[in-house]
Design a protein around this ligand. Structure first.
Ligand code: NAG
Ligand code: NAG
Ligand code: NAG
Ligand code: NAG
Ligand code: NAG
Ligand code: NAG
Ligand code: NAG
Ligand code: NAG
Ligand code: NAG
Ligand code: NAG
Ligand code: CU
Length: 807
């Protein structure tokens, strides 16, 4: 399906970009050095920023990112197509695995759920990066979905070393070392009977009340094409007392192309015990409507057909739920808004083979995984590693409500995966048109899916300078140009945008934003858990908590955490005449062990968290390091000892958590923690066992997030501007001065007696060039979506072998 274009063709415009010229004696800026001219014509390629203006000017340079060669291989980049294919082929040759090709598999067959690179141990990578050691051996991380058994489970295995050749010694072993739970890399699969649950259970229950749903909701959910209502429920499932219990509810289906399902709850709930794989053993345990619980379908039906039964109104889709433009056009809104252009082309470099990027004094490698999407490795500033690894670990959306659905939902999104849902970005909207776009790939069902242009890197000029100062003689100011790596993952109803930013003062930022549809509650009896935001709708309160791993290496791997608190004190001074003074002072302390490693941002931002190296003093005797500071609100989980999560998300309980780094603790969470909440594969709390944090390799696990209490403004969609959270890593006594002085994109204007006497620029280009605005708008008819390449049977010369088009 093609995207429809709703934008009128832009008039062809030319923007003359005049950059400040002479170093000396320029008069006041001439307002005519920048203007817009009208013209006419067709859109051209977005990269084609050629001057076509009749004014005398040079062309804007059209060049993409400079192609460079990374100093080392990207050892975190995914498996090659050949590697994946050879692993898949080899797996199918192992009789013990008893695998069925996914396409032919049913619920009682074993399949391959995932094949991707097993990220090498840091210990080995550092020997490769910093010593002369060869690159670490490559292994594949494989997840098997073993369902040919009455105890369906996922099995994490390691296959390798790669490449697999006929005479190679490649083997598979259970993957256990990254997990706190030692059960041979296995975790039970509570979704093994996903389609049976619907066909043999939910639709049959729904059929037993079809007359009621027709009456209340004007629809039935029977698994037929003409269903107008849907059924879905809690995640994770209840897992207490050895039973697996689910709550489900009815939702109205969208009546148009908008994805409005999650804001159309209908307020009728039912509970079932679905322990085991035999539907004949499953039990319906009750109904809930209007906060009245009925133990049986019969009891519910009797009540419904009694005269005193109170019928509540359904949520029905309408314009209120659709995201297209509506409402009166705002004043002048049809005119082209301001636009960032890159008149000199890209000022950064990329190694497209090794996914390595440099901008100014920063460099890093990009990695991409199914569970967590984009991560960044070996982030260097001025040639020195600052972070070995920076990346998302897990995202939690924990709801609450008076009804059993909202009360029980606590999505752990790596189960669904950030990788598969990192879709193609919209040029000019998600990232600037002048950005460089990269593809991402992930494995699913013996194919490699590629999302084209799903990562972007770009430079941007903030809407405020990074520095300024004025006196009675001069004014100085410096442009705040920064660099961003971004991706967006749409997981169900929500779109999470993650941006890593790099700044002229050496700061590195992490920012997450949420947009998309909220998951809302039926309004009745939910007053304590949200606002009523539509006729029959409550904006269900929930916490978003997103955990990031920041493996700092400040001038070596051995680092410490120094807390510096600004505290009120009473002090006598030699000069205070024996009178005490009420004032404030710094209190500094270094964390000694993991026993002190879990804490929250203090009140009033009083405590600053510094990752320092006690062995790296600057010439004034201060520790060199980086400060960690919230850039906007952050959140950890409000719920204590969550009934929904038990031990599955202890990582969400504090703002900042510091552990000693280990090869066997690479991730804060496991995608299948939701499948066994009492005994999850990774119980983050187990990372804290009193190990030293004093000058050792350490990891800071940071939670970003927000307490989201949707209000009417969240309809139809939550907006990125307010649903956001960020943290900054800021050099602390790291250099001997502020590095933002290095950029030439600054100016100093001297003046006297009411006029400028000198305009000092520092070598930035003086070009005047014309930009064709019409060409800057991306041609969104080029939007492609998924590309799927078959891995088994595999033919490298015919990647679409036996494929029936895109999935
Ligand atoms: C820049 O990249 C685009 C898209 O890949 C390509 O069409 C264009 O030719 C490139 N321009 C230059 C100057 O290399
Ligand atoms: C292998 O899987 C099939 C289903 O694909 C199953 O019927 C069979 O019992 C399994 N064999 C073994 C040895 O587990
Ligand atoms: C492995 O052996 C098979 C069959 O003997 C042959 O077709 C294939 O080319 C060999 N592969 C390699 C990598 O040697
Ligand atoms: C009930 O649903 C049908 C379609 O299934 C629709 O045609 C009809 O207008 C609906 N009635 C009401 C009262 O909404
Ligand atoms: C839905 O489809 C089924 C089976 O095709 C049919 O029996 C039923 O009448 C249809 N219901 C409506 C409301 O059209
Ligand atoms: C992304 O994939 C497309 C289609 O395979 C390809 O043409 C393009 O060169 C890829 N982009 C990069 C940056 O590798
Ligand atoms: C400051 O000096 C006063 C007077 O000598 C004394 O009473 C007080 O305890 C001192 N305060 C502190 C904080 O030392
Ligand atoms: C850190 O280790 C050093 C050297 O062993 C020791 O002197 C210092 O007291 C320790 N600091 C903390 C906070 O444990
Ligand atoms: C990586 O580290 C873990 C934990 O120490 C170890 O068990 C594993 O064998 C290491 N992997 C390799 C390839 O050396
Ligand atoms: C500014 O004006 C004063 C008084 O008229 C004069 O003395 C001074 O030289 C002038 N300064 C400059 C830089 O022109
Ligand atoms: Cu939210």
């Amino acid at each position: 399906m093609r995207l429809e274009s709703f934008t009128a063709v832009l008039p062809l415009c030319f923007l003359l970009v005049g950059l400040i010229g002479n170093a000396l004696a320029l008069p006041k800026p001439d307002p005519k050095t920048a203007w817009v001219r009208q013209g006419r014509g067709r859109k051209s390629s977005p990269r084609n920023l050629q001057a076509r203006s009749s004014v005398s000017s040079s062309s804007c340079t059209d060049h993409n990112a400079t192609v460079i060669k990374a100093p080392k291989q990207n050892v975190w980049d995914g498996l090659t197509g050949d590697e994946t294919a050879s692993v898949v082929k080899w797996l199918f040759q192992q009789p013990a695995l008893n695998l069925t090709v996914t396409e032919d598999a049913g619920e009682w067959d074993n399949t391959i759920a995932l094949v991707e690179l097993m990220r090498p141990n840091k210990t080995d990578v550092l020997n490769y990066l910093d010593q002369q050691d060869p690159a670490p051996s490559r292994y594949a991380h494989v997840v098997l979905d073993n369902r040919a058994t009455s105890d369906p489970h996922y099995a994490d295995i390691l296959v390798g070393p790669l490449p697999i050749t006929n005479d190679s010694t490649s083997t598979w072993t259970p993957l256990e070392y990254p997990y706190t739970r030692k059960t041979q890399g296995r975790v039970r699969n509570l979704d093994a009977d996903y389609s049976t649950i619907y066909s043999e259970w939910l639709y049959k229950i729904s059929a037993a009340v079809a007359d009621i749903t027709l009456d209340l909701f004007n629809g039935t959910a029977l698994g037929l094409d003409n269903d107008t209502i849907d059924i879905w429920g809690i995640d994770p499932l209840w897992q207490d007392d050895g039973r697996i219990v689910r709550w489900d509810t009815f939702w109205n289906m969208p009546t148009d192309e908008f994805d409005t399902g999650s804001i159309l709850p209908l307020g009728l709930f039912f509970k079932s015990d679905v322990t085991g794989r035999d539907p004949s053993q499953w039990k319906l345990e009750g109904w809930l409507y209007n906060d009245i619980f009925y133990e049986t379908t019969e009891a519910f039906r009797n009540a419904f057909f009694s005269p005193e039964f109170v019928k509540l109104k359904p949520n029905i889709e309408g314009a209120w739920a659709q995201t297209d433009q509506r409402g009166p056009i705002l004043p002048q809104d049809k005119q082209q808004p301001p636009l960032m252009v890159a008149p000199a082309g890209a000022r950064y470099s990329v190694d497209f083979d090794h996914i390595y990027v440099t901008w100014m004094d920063f460099s890093f490698y990009i990695s991409f995984s199914r569970d967590t999407g984009v991560s960044v490795f070996d982030i260097r500033y001025k040639g020195q590693r600052v972070l070995y690894e920076l990346g998302l670990q897990e995202a939690l959306a924990h709801y609450a409500g008076n009804d059993p659905i909202q009360s029980s939902v606590a999505y752990l999104d790596s189960y669904y995966g950030f990788g598969p849902y990192a879709f193609e970005l919209i040029k000019g909207y998600d990232c600037p048109v002048h950005a460089t776009y990269l593809n991402s790939s992930f494995y699913v069902s013996e194919t490699t899916h590629t999302h084209i242009d799903s990562l972007c890197v770009f430079e941007y000029d903030a809407d405020f300078p990074i520095q300024r100062h004025s006196t009675s003689d001069y004014v100085s100011s410096t442009k705040n140009v920064y660099f961003t790596l971004r991706s967006v993952s749409t997981i169900g109803n929500y779109d999470y945008m993650t941006s890593y930013t790099f700044h002229m003062d050496g700061t590195i930022g992490v920012e997450v934003r949420a947009s998309g549809y909220i998951q809302a509650a039926y309004y009745a009896h939910n007053e304590e858990y949200g606002y009523r935001i539509h006729d029959a709708l409550s904006g269900s309160m929930h916490d978003h908590v997103l955990n990031f791993k920041a493996d700092f290496d400040i001038l070596g791997i051995d680092n410490s955490i120094e807390l510096t608190t600004v505290a009120p004190v009473i002090r006598n001074f030699t000069w205070s005449n024996g009178r005490s003074r009420n004032t404030m002072a710094l209190q500094r302390s270094i964390l000694s062990s993991e026993d002190e490693g879990r804490f929250n941002w203090g009140a009033n931002g009083a405590t600053m968290i510094h990752v320092i190296n006690q062995e790296a003093l600057n010439k004034y005797g201060e520790y060199r390091g980086y400060r960690i500071q919230p850039a906007s609100g952050t959140a950890h989980l409000t719920v204590q000892d969550s009934s929904n999560l038990v031990h599955a998300a202890h990582w969400a309980e504090h703002d900042v958590q510091v552990t000693q780094r280990h090869d066997h603790e690479p991730r804060a969470a496991h995608p299948y923690n939701s499948q066994d909440i009492h005994n999850p594969p990774v119980n983050f709390a187990d990372f804290f066992n009193g190990e030293s944090l004093n000058q050792t390799d350490l990891v800071v696990w940071l939670n970003l997030g927000m307490h989201h209490v949707p209000h009417t403004g969240d309809l139809p969609n939550t907006v990125f501007t307010t649903a956001h959270s960020g943290v900054q890593f800021i050099p602390l006594n790291y250099l001997l001065g502020g590095p933002s002085r290095q950029t030439v994109n600054m100016v100093r204007v001297n003046y006297a007696n009411g006029s400028a006497t000198a305009v000092k620029t520092f070598g930035q280009a003086e070009d005047v060039c014309a930009v064709q605005i019409a060409g800057i708008e991306a041609d969104l008819w080029g939007y492609q979506g998924d590309v799927v390449v078959r891995k088994f049977p595999y033919d490298p010369n015919n990647p679409y072998y036996e494929m029936e088009g895109d999935a």
